[in-house]
Design a protein. Structure first.
Length: 173
């Protein structure tokens, strides 16, 4: 269970700087967990993160805040084309190392799933996760996500590691 003083709410424009700071730190600290690389992303300007606010293909980015400090995030995107509008994707799941194992990832995911279930035309949600990321895979499986495939050699790290990605989905209705 997330601690009482942890708030979860959609990201707004004034949050973008704190969101970028969290994301940059997480990309640098967990290169195996994300497809984006820290060096490239750290050079992005703040305005480019507006695409993560609600609007366009982004349904929402949820933030977890501890006393106003952004310590977690999760983004939900929706397909635009008519034949695939029933499908959403979760990206950018992260909880600061200082706050791991306290139920914050679970709270972000539960909030996101509830918001998606409130949209009658949304039928399923997908995500990708590095195979062997026990914390993330365990979290996703615990709310009902199932693996429907695995992409071998999905990401290549500067140290030479080649990692697979599990492809997971959850039926919303
Ligand atoms: C993955 C991540 C988001 C989980 O967030 P968290 O707040 O630490 O997770 P929670 O405390 O909410 O744990 C929820 C569930 O996840 C699973 N889990 C968490 N840590 C785990 C671990 N080390 N091993 C196995 N399962 C684990 C458990 O099922 C747990 O439920 P339980 O506490 O009832 O057993 C977080 O560890 C993180 O940001 N990691 C680095 C970035 C990353 O891997 N992002 C995912 C990209 S797909």
């Amino acid at each position: 269970m997330a601690s009482d003083h942890i708030a979860i709410r959609p990201m707004r424009e004034p949050d973008l700087l704190a969101y970028k700071a969290l994301r940059d730190a997480m990309l640098a600290g967990h290169p195996e967990a994300f497809t984006s690389d820290a060096e490239t992303e750290s050079q992005r300007d703040l305005a480019s993160y507006r695409s993560r606010l609600t609007g366009g293909g982004t349904l929402f980015t949820l933030l977890a805040l501890d006393g106003g400090r952004v310590i977690g995030a999760l983004t939900c995107e929706r397909e635009a084309r008519r034949k695939v509008q029933h499908i959403a994707h979760l990206v950018g799941m992260m909880v600061a190392d200082t706050h791991r194992g306290r139920g914050i990832g679970r709270a972000l995911l539960a909030d996101a799933v509830a918001r998606m279930q409130a949209l009658p035309d949304l039928a399923q949600v997908t995500l990708t996760v590095t195979a062997g990321n026990r914390a993330a895979v365990g979290l996703y499986e615990s709310v009902g996500f199932e693996r429907y495939g695995r992409l071998p050699d999905a990401i290549r790290l500067p140290d030479g590691r080649r990692l697979d990605k599990d492809l997971m989905h959850l039926r919303l209705r």
